[in-house]
Write a protein that binds this ligand. Structure first.
Ligand code: DWN
Length: 393
């Protein structure tokens, strides 16, 4: 198998390391490169950052921070209860309990290596293992709780480096009729939207369905159904069953989605070379927009100090001279500075009247944000985005 680098995004910090000072003495940086795996068609980072450096007891992101995700998880929980009538469910990467809290009536268990988050769900009386997902942990959980009807994991499997071990551990933890549901950003959508900010330290992989199919070939799991979601800039909700369970049919939609990916060129290296060219163009166009506004002496704020935006800020060299400050609703980010770019983050209390330009760090929540900011828009306020191409809206 060949591993071919197709894009070098330069030097980047740990996205979760929101800083307490504008001028840190030392900041860990690594080279963010993207790699194409010729045999599995997997797209990964060139070099992985140590999980302990990224997922610690100061983890900032809260799944509950947006209305969109709160209602998406509630809706999914209701549908899973109705369709599968589970007696037991395990969530890998349970964050602040946004999803798993909907299963209080059954045996619901969380796995969350970030201790500060695991403490939140423990306080909600949800049994939570404050560990990384490994085969060893899965055996301990099975011994203590038995096998599961459903294992769910949103925006987490793409963060775990050893995928073979991850899938094997899931397989041994499921009942024969059990299902595993993975939800992660879709590579196809990232390519279509030129959203290169889906790549950062935590996102060791951005999955295509094609790669997931290839990766599980040597495991006991197989995909039987896929749902396309709008969340996080376009995600796939992928349903796996055990290969030994012959009762479940493989959905026609999934086969169609696979062929859509093939038609787009997801298997070809040339697709990624083209993506790399588009990313470079996007960088230049975005910098021009910022320069023009700043040359006119206007304030630009950032809306949502997302982990994703760290890739854009550090790749494009957008520091405090371009973005005056970020506004965010997540309390753990208030009073901090963005990693690498050192831009202050303040508590969101509405967009101040003197602001006319806001860079959409949380572009994936554009609909929710535009609904909330009707007054700002009515008064002539504009948003800057780089997705799918840099522009002012
Ligand atoms: O996979 C991951 C995703 C799910 O969450 C993690 N690796 C880390 C994190 O990535 P992110 O920061 O790019 O995720 P979000 O969910 O796009 O972050 C949104 C941020 O924007 C939050 O800090 C909340 C903030 N926000 C805001 O200030 N006002 C969001 C909305 C909708 C708003 O109106």
């Amino acid at each position: 198998m060949k591993k071919i680098e197709f894009l070098n995004l330069g030097s980047h910090p740990i996205t979760n390391s929101y800083l307490s000072t504008k001028k840190p003495k030392k900041e860990f940086m690594y080279n963010l490169k993207l790699i194409y795996h010729s045999s599995t068609k997997l797209i990964s980072l060139g070099k992985f950052v140590s999980p302990k450096k990224m997922f610690n007891d100061k983890y900032a992101h809260r799944a509950s921070a947006s209305k969109t995700m709160r209602s998406a998880y509630e809706k999914l929980a209701k549908s899973l209860i109705k369709t599968y009538k589970p007696q037991s469910i395990l969530e890998i990467g349970s964050n602040d309990g946004c999803f798993i809290k909907h299963f209080k009536k059954i045996n619901n268990i969380g796995v969350e290596p970030c201790k500060n988050l695991a403490d939140i769900t423990s306080r909600m009386r949800i049994k939570t293992y404050p560990n990384f997902w490994t085969k060893k942990l899965s055996k301990k959980i099975i011994n203590q709780n038995g096998l599961f009807d459903i294992i769910y994991s949103a925006n987490t499997i793409s963060h775990i480096h050893n995928l073979k071990e991850t899938f094997d551990a899931i397989e041994i933890s499921l009942k024969k009729s059990g299902i595993f549901i993975l939800e992660d950003p879709s590579l196809l959508e990232a390519l279509k939207k030129n959203s290169y900010d889906q790549f950062y330290d935590e996102h060791a992989y951005v999955f295509s369905l094609t790669a997931l199919k290839n990766l599980t070939r040597k495991t006991g799991l197989e995909i039987f159904k896929v749902e396309k979601l709008n969340t996080h800039g376009g995600s796939n909700r992928v349903f796996f069953k055990k290969k030994i369970n012959q009762k479940v049919q493989i959905s026609k939609k999934y086969i169609k989605f696979l062929s859509d990916e093939k038609k787009f060129g997801i298997e070809k290296l040339s697709t990624y070379r083209k993506f790399a060219r588009n990313v470079k163009k996007s960088k230049n166009a975005l910098i021009s927009i910022f320069r023009k506004i700043k040359n006119d002496g206007k304030i630009i704020i950032g809306y949502g100090a997302t982990y994703k935006s760290s890739t854009v800020l550090n790749y494009c060299g957008l520091k405090n001279n371009f973005i005056d400050y970020f506004l965010d609703t997540t309390p753990t980010k208030f009073g901090k500075f963005t990693p690498g770019s050192h831009i202050p983050i303040y508590q969101y209390k509405g967009i101040p009247n003197n602001v006319r330009y806001a860079y959409l760090g949380a572009w994936n929540f554009k609909d929710e944000i535009f609904k909330k900011e009707k007054k700002y828009i009515r008064n002539g306020g504009k948003f800057i985005t780089h997705v799918p191409y840099p522009r002012i809206i």
